[in-house]
Design a protein around this ligand. Structure first.
Ligand code: HEC
Length: 134
């Protein structure tokens, strides 16, 4: 029940987000949506599905013990991670590997715990969700 509510609010967030004005970012989004007016682009549809799955996976895992969306906790705020890394396949790959392996040095001296049993595919979905937060 709770999960359903969260998914619903995520969908609502995605519905509202493009209408919010974030200066340059809003412009970028506009350009993007203008480009995707051609119907049936499967990549866009499956990406948004993976983003929704990534959020659910992330919520079930231990991530939120150290990360918040907009405030630095033990780890960086996910907003800041999204600002640092554009949503590219290379960044999905690199950050998913970092989540699995753990490590420090990018945001400070504190290390992220490794998630060695986390499947790469799941880690990538989580990253897709995080990098969608810009
Ligand atoms: C024990 C606390 C902790 C947990 C649990 C944790 N993180 Fe982190 N995370 C950190 C810290 C600390 C950093 C900064 C590491 C650095 O500076 O290189 C970080 C960095 C990151 C980064 C950015 C990495 C980079 O190189 O810029 C991502 C993405 C991330 N975490 C995602 C996740 C996800 C997804 C999970 C859950 C599967 C998770 N974290 C769980 C503490 C944590």
């Amino acid at each position: 029940m709770k999960k359903k509510l969260m998914i619903t609010s995520l969908i609502a967030l995605f519905a509202i987000a493009p209408n919010l004005s974030f200066g340059q970012k809003a412009k970028k989004k506009l350009v993007k949506s203008a480009k995707t007016t051609a119907p049936a682009k499967p990549a866009t549809g499956s990406l948004s599905k993976e983003i929704v799955e990534g959020k659910a996976l992330l919520t079930k895992s231990d991530c939120l013990a150290c990360h918040k969306l907009d405030v630095k906790l033990v780890g960086p705020a996910y907003n800041n991670v999204a600002q640092k890394y554009p949503a590219t396949p290379g960044n999905y790959e690199q950050l998913a590997a970092k989540i699995i392996r753990g490590g420090a040095g990018v945001w400070g001296e504190v290390a992220m715990a490794p998630h060695s049993t986390l499947p790469m595919a799941d880690a990538k979905k989580m990253v897709k969700y995080i990098l969608s937060l810009r």
